[in-house]
Design a protein around this ligand. Sequence first.
Ligand SMILES: [Fe+2]
Ligand SMILES: [Fe+2]
Length: 216
Amino acid sequence: MDAIALLQHDHREVEQLFRQFEKLTERAHRSKQKIVMKVIRELAIHAAIEEMLFYPAVRTAALKTDVRALKEAADTVLESLEEHHVVKWTLSELEKMDPEDERFDAKFKVLMESVRHHVEEEQDDLFPKARRLLGKDLLEELGERMEKAKRIAPTRPHPRAPDQPPGNLVAGTVAAVMDRAKDMMRGGVVDRAKDMVRGGVDRLSRRAGQERDADA
Ligand SMILES: [Fe+2]
Ligand SMILES: [Fe+2]
């Protein structure tokens, strides 16, 4: 898959999560939180591969080109980094927020607006320019590298971390290791909690059955 097709695929996945969120009722707090956690993970990984590989490739090519219309892509990349920065701050707040907080929905709605705006700019402006600047072969090669990078990218937002090479390559690797360790711990704790709840429910229903039998 070429780099642009891969990024567009991610955009569609996130948009689907947004639509799922929008269909939920106001009190579906748990489902909302689950979707928000998925969005955080998807966007953290997506932003990381854009910042580590795609944006630097586009910006370097844009700074070198003689085609005036394509030169603008160098500045568009800088704007994109700023938009990522704002999105990461919102994501890092949502990550710690209780879904029953009265501002949770409002914050997520603003996040959806910013992401949709950013995605529209990438798809309508940056990607067509990137296609001309990088060409088919380079986009294919970049796509392969991005696909591999996805497996080791940070899974959480790090708004204070550097977002351009070489700083983000080093900081991103460290962050990714820590994020994935946290993900594993969280998964483990959640699974253990589920087992405990399941065990408790089983015990209660067994006891209720015994009491019913004793009453009969
Ligand atoms: Fe982006
Ligand atoms: Fe994107």
